[in-house]
Design a protein around this ligand. Structure first.
Ligand SMILES: Nc1ncnc2c1ncn2[C@@H]1O[C@H](COP(=O)(O)OP(=O)(O)O)[C@@H](O)[C@H]1O
Ligand SMILES: [Mg+2]
Length: 363
């Protein structure tokens, strides 16, 4: 039995999703006999089992108001958490997007000397920055669609013709998306020859860096990584072309095939590629690597999610199930590997298996 804090909520566009993940994770850990404290970063400690399961709205919570970036220091729940941490063996970070997933909260737990789930500061920060992640993929032999960056600097706004010229360099349909968002928020597919500027303006509402990426027609695949294993590939068949926020979180709006129907050697190559991508960004514990598979069987890595959804509809639990791992076991393994890594200090821990935890610490 371990004492575990499950941290959920946050202030990103994915706050609603995080609350569903956190609630499911907390219940699973409690069912496995752990002593669980469920904490919403806005509301503080919540009673486990009391109240209804949070629900995901049709739209991300910040999309109407543009709110979504309250300072971490302003969160009373974080202070409450910090005050009660003496009693906790590890923290399950069930936050998606923003400071919950980009290395910030990970750094907080490193300073406190507390084990936490998933990737460390570097892996989290790199994976959150799609442009930087894609550059690293390139050096690690992980294929990723060609792209260009637009900087939305209010002092020097890009002109329509600058943006159109960048789009033309890709000579195909393109996807315009914010560099640091998730859940398909702020994303638009722009046909070749159409004006990409309105799509860039829209994406820029979520951050000053905007990606123009070559559109990869074909199939949507995702590979869950658990510890150092690539789980069976999941194919997503959204009702409409793009795997949108709604298609992601509304039951029945997408179909899933697990394992994806692929020739064995192709599936093996994609799984190896996903592991290479995971290691290239210094990810740890678990993650989900998103791919597009073109009709000519070339595949392209879009991004890595270091805290993928763990809701009843989510893809990682689906992949785990195909590997014979129940939701409860999955959650248990994620927390176990966090505890095995121990407190981290400014970098990925050495591999837990067979290595003394304090090795090299004297240097
Ligand atoms: N280059 C692309 N080609 C085709 N579809 C894309 C491309 N980029 C994104 N998409 C679609 O948009 C979805 C979300 O894009 P992704 O890059 O994974 O960002 P996020 O999930 O962080 O919002 C993908 O799952 C896919 O359906
Ligand atoms: Mg994605």
């Amino acid at each position: 039995m371990k004492r575990i804090a499950v941290l959920m909520g946050g202030e990103s566009e994915e706050r609603d999703v995080s609350r569903v993940t956190g609630t499911a994770v907390a219940r699973a850990l409690a069912d496995r006999g752990h002593q669980v404290t469920l904490l919403d970063t806005r509301e503080g400690v919540l009673a486990l089992g009391a109240g209804e399961t949070p629900r995901i709205g049709e739209r991300p919570p910040g999309s109407e108001t543009g709110e979504g970036a309250l300072a971490l220091s302003g969160s009373s729940a974080m202070k409450e958490l910090a005050g009660s941490l003496a009693d906790v063996d590890a923290v399950f970070i069930a936050l998606h997007g923003g400071w919950g997933e980009n290395g910030t909260v990970q750094a907080f737990f490193e300073i406190l000397g507390l084990p936490y789930t998933g990737s460390g500061v570097l892996g989290s920060a790199l994976a959150m920055d799609k442009d930087r992640a894609k550059r690293v993929f390139g050096t690690a032999g992980v294929p990723t669609p060609e792209w260009r960056m637009v900087e939305w600097d209010p002092e020097h706004l890009p002109t329509k013709s600058d943006v159109a010229a960048l789009a033309r360099e890709l000579s195909s349909d393109i996807v315009v998306k914010p560099n640091e968002q998730g859940s398909t928020v702020g994303l638009t597919v722009v046909k070749r020859g159409e004006d990409p500027f309105p799509a860039v303006e829209k994406a820029a509402r979520y951050g000053r860096r905007v990606l123009l990426e070559r559109y990869v027609p074909g199939r949507e695949l995702t590979v869950a990584i658990l510890d150092d294993e690539a789980l069976p590939i999941v194919e997503i068949v959204p009702e409409e072309g793009v795997y949108s926020y709604e298609a992601k979180y509304t039951p029945g709006r997408s179909r899933y095939e697990v394992p994806a129907d692929l020739p064995g050697d192709l599936a093996a190559r994609i799984r190896l590629s996903a592991l290479a991508a995971f290691h290239a960004l210094r990810c740890e514990g678990f993650a989900r690597v998103d791919y597009r598979l073109a009709p000519d069987s070339t595949f392209y890595c879009l991004e890595i999610n270091t805290i993928p959804g763990l809701t009843p509809l989510s893809l990682v639990p689906m992949a785990a199930k195909a590997r014979g791992i129940s939701f409860e076991e999955l959650v248990e393994r994620i927390i176990e590997s966090a505890i095995a890594r121990g407190p981290r200090r400014g970098g990925p821990a050495p591999h837990p298996a067979g290595h003394p935890a304090k090795q090299g610490a004297a240097g």
